[in-house]
Design a protein around this ligand. Structure first.
Ligand SMILES: Cc1cc2nc3c(=O)[nH]c(=O)nc-3n(C[C@H](O)[C@H](O)[C@H](O)COP(=O)(O)OP(=O)(O)OC[C@H]3O[C@@H](n4cnc5c(N)ncnc54)[C@H](O)[C@@H]3O)c2cc1C
Length: 395
């Protein structure tokens, strides 16, 4: 569908007050071709068997896509957030599982260490992560701490030159395949969220292990697992920033992360829309292609319009991030809107396919399952509304 790349995207970009450069379009095209040739043929096999496509991650690393937003001196591709959004969108248009891997690795784990790590921690971890030689995870969520980080029970206690971590983290993307994780733990319970600190933990060391791997509704090729820490001793220098900074750091990291979840949702919505449009042109009932029926046309029109609106919100947040602007509200708006649109679009894509949309023979079924994560991960839709409203009220 080069119409999207060549015609629609430059127009919507220009309307937003910026345009994609030749280089940005070239990156987008390169990732689209990679996704079509290297990912598309295997998507259903990986989904059914819950296979994490490690080889694809390695290849994406070679293309610089595991370090899109990091400077070249730190092993990254030195590209912008707008590029990053394009990369995640194009991968997710073909497979959201690969999209979420790239998103969690880039903007959660690697970015947390890049933003708040010492020179030494960055040299040790950011370079191999950005080059895609290591896979990164990021753990805030726990059984009792989902939307509310105040429920964090994992502790970190200083013992001489070591921190000792005890507890567990739930739903961690790359929990069982990752090499390194940024983990949030309580260092001073009396200070609430301001007593939470962030640490870099080598996932191959003693005292930490992957627990239950989740058997998920969608995004089944992405790895989601529990991490269990028992007397997990890490060097004192593994602390990111100062003790008690972890929660505020995590919120800053999520401001960027939510843009990538918006891009994940956008890519899957785009993929679902394209397969629905193709199907509507081919499928005939009552002697005509179903795309000639007004109801189907209304669906297609709504889908295309809302996807465009989601793309504009996502690009705006990325554009602001590239200029060092605070994006708390805009990231949450993009994430909220794009994720709700993705759920609606994937639902309509199945509807347009009729009974065939309910089978695994057509792509719509997988999009329908995969998109749901977007209204949940990195803060649910309810929480995004709280974040947006807080910014509105305090302004
Ligand atoms: C596939 C997948 C990958 C994930 N990857 C990661 C990861 O890599 N790292 C990580 O740390 N976490 C990860 N998560 C966890 C995810 O961020 C949480 O699931 C999410 O933040 C919600 O937390 P919860 O599941 O405990 O839901 P809860 O917080 O228990 O929420 C349940 C419901 O209550 C609503 N609710 C809660 N509080 C309020 C409120 N104040 N007002 C209104 N409604 C409210 C929620 O919106 C939701 O609808 C992942 C989750 C999934 C499913």
């Amino acid at each position: 569908m080069d119409t999207v790349l060549d015609a629609v995207l430059p127009k919507t970009a220009a309307a937003a007050g910026f345009s994609l450069t030749e280089e940005q379009l070239a990156v987008k095209k390169m990732v689209r071709e990679f996704a079509e040739s290297e990912i598309a043929p295997h998507v259903m096999k990986w989904d059914e068997a819950q296979i994490f496509p490690r080889d694809i991650i390695r290849k994406l690393g070679e293309l610089g896509m595991m370090g899109v937003i990091f400077p070249e001196e730190w092993g990254g591709a030195g590209l912008s957030y707008v590029d990053y959004v394009n990369v995640v969108e194009e991968l997710s248009r073909v497979d959201g599982s690969v999209g979420i891997s790239v998103a969690a690795h880039n903007s959660l784990c690697t970015n947390h260490i890049y933003l708040f790590g010492t020179e030494e921690l960055k040299r040790r971890w950011v370079v191999p992560l950005a080059e895609g030689r290591l896979i990164g995870a990021w753990g805030l969520t726990e059984a009792g701490a989902g939307s509310d980080a105040k429920g964090t029970r994992t502790t970190a206690v200083l013992d001489g030159d070591e921190w000792i971590l005890d507890g567990s983290k739930n739903f961690i993307t790359h929990g069982s395949v990752g090499d390194v994780a940024v983990l949030m733990a309580v260092t001073d319970r009396s200070r609430g969220t301001h007593g939470i600190s962030a640490f870099v933990v080598d996932l191959h060391q003693k005292g930490i292990r992957a627990g239950k791997k989740e058997n998920k509704l969608g995004l089944r090729a992405s790895d989601t697992a529990t991490l269990v820490m028992e007397d997990c001793r890490i060097p004192r220098a593994s602390l990111l920033g100062a003790p008690g900074d972890g929660f505020v750091q995590a919120m800053t990291v999520l401001d960027g992360g939510r843009i990538s979840i918006a891009a994940l949702a956008l890519g899957m919505a785009q993929g679902a829309f394209e397969c629905a449009l193709d199907y509507a042109k081919q499928r005939e009932q009552f002697g005509r292609p179903i795309c000639e029926f007004q109801s189907i046309q209304n669906y297609l029109a709504d889908m295309a319009t809302e996807i465009d609106a989601a793309r504009l919100l996502t690009w705006r947040a990325a554009w602001m991030k590239d200029r060092g602007m605070k994006t708390t509200k805009e990231s949450a708006m993009a994430k909220l809107f794009a994720s709700e649109v993705s759920v609606k679009v994937a639902n309509l894509a199945v509807q347009i396919h009729g009974g065939y949309g309910y089978t695994k023979d057509f792509k719509a079924e997988k999009f329908y399952r995969d998109v749901k994560l977007c209204t949940i991960g990195e803060g649910t839709s309810e929480i995004q509304r709280m974040v947006i409203a807080r910014q509105l009220v305090k302004a």
